[in-house]
Design a protein around this ligand. Structure first.
Ligand code: SF4
Ligand code: SF4
Ligand code: SF4
Length: 247
């Protein structure tokens, strides 16, 4: 089976996370699969190579004309395309930030950039792995399912579920805004477990209910403005549906 790993406009944190977390298992990956192109590990001098692949993992948002061209070529050459991380899945911070600046300003015009988009705005995407950065465990699980001809699966529970399962005190009770009720689980409630609020970097939970969440905030005496700002920050294009009544 042929795999390929790409980065569009990104911090390359998702690929770096895979490389560092897989550690010695990266060699095993190399032995098990035919990997022609892996950004940061195996890339020819002089640019991206886009070989035919069974599965392409693509990190980053679509920001430049070159991103669009590269992504279309990846799609044409790959049987299954996985969006790797929140930038690729929702546009992440770049989605919102690029709409808050004047892209026609001279110093930006020269860079030929457009408002950031997730991969799915440009091509058909077969599966999205969220996370900023992506989780190496979820990547491995998805890959194992794919090589056994099974569809990968998304967690169908929220960060709150994992947080409460760990017995953490709830930050909302301390009047701190936390997006755990709206965020897709799977990270083990990494942030609230160390006392930091969840920013929903993994995107919306399957049954995210913004109205119910805002009612909870109100009951706890917490204003909604910060929560809405946090939601716009990381959830990118996926925040649009949740926020459609809150423009
Ligand atoms: S999802 Fe996060 S870690 Fe991955 S490329 Fe985007 S900003 Fe970097
Ligand atoms: S701290 Fe956040 S994630 Fe944990 S239970 Fe409270 S709202 Fe949910
Ligand atoms: S707790 Fe929230 S912000 Fe932290 S890693 Fe999980 S989804 Fe992302």
């Amino acid at each position: 089976m042929k795999l390929a790993f790409y980065a569009l406009t990104s911090c390359e944190g998702c690929l770096t996370t895979l490389i560092t977390n897989l550690g010695p298992n990266l060699e095993g990956l190399w032995r098990m699969f035919d990997i022609d192109y892996f950004k940061l590990v195996r890339e020819p001098v002089g640019g991206v190579r886009i070989p035919k692949a069974d599965i392409a993992f693509v990190e980053g948002a679509v920001v430049t004309d070159r991103d669009r061209k590269t992504l279309n070529e990846i799609r044409n050459n790959s049987s299954f395309v996985v969006a790797l991380g929140t930038c690729a899945s929702s546009g992440n911070i770049a989605y919102t930030a690029s709409r808050a600046v004047d892209l026609d300003a001279k110093h930006l015009r020269d860079l030929e950039i457009s408002p950031a988009e997730p991969l799915s705005s440009v091509v058909a995407v077969d599966f999205e792995l969220s996370g900023c950065p992506v989780s190496a465990k979820e990547f491995t699980d998805a890959l194992l399912r794919l090589i056994n001809s099974m569809e990968p699966i998304q967690p169908d529970y929220s960060v709150c579920y994992e947080c409460r399962s760990k017995g953490n005190p709830c930050l909302l009770d301390a009047k701190r805004v936390c997006l755990g009720p709206l965020a897709m689980g799977g990270c083990g409630a990494a942030c609230p477990t160390v006392g930091s609020p969840c920013y929903s970097c993994r995107g919306p939970a399957v049954e995210a209910d913004l109205n119910a969440y805002l009612i909870v905030l109100e009951k706890k005496g917490i204003g909604k403005e910060r929560a809405l700002m946090m939601l716009r920050m990381f959830t990118g294009k996926k925040a649009k549906e949740l926020l459609k009544d809150e423009q």
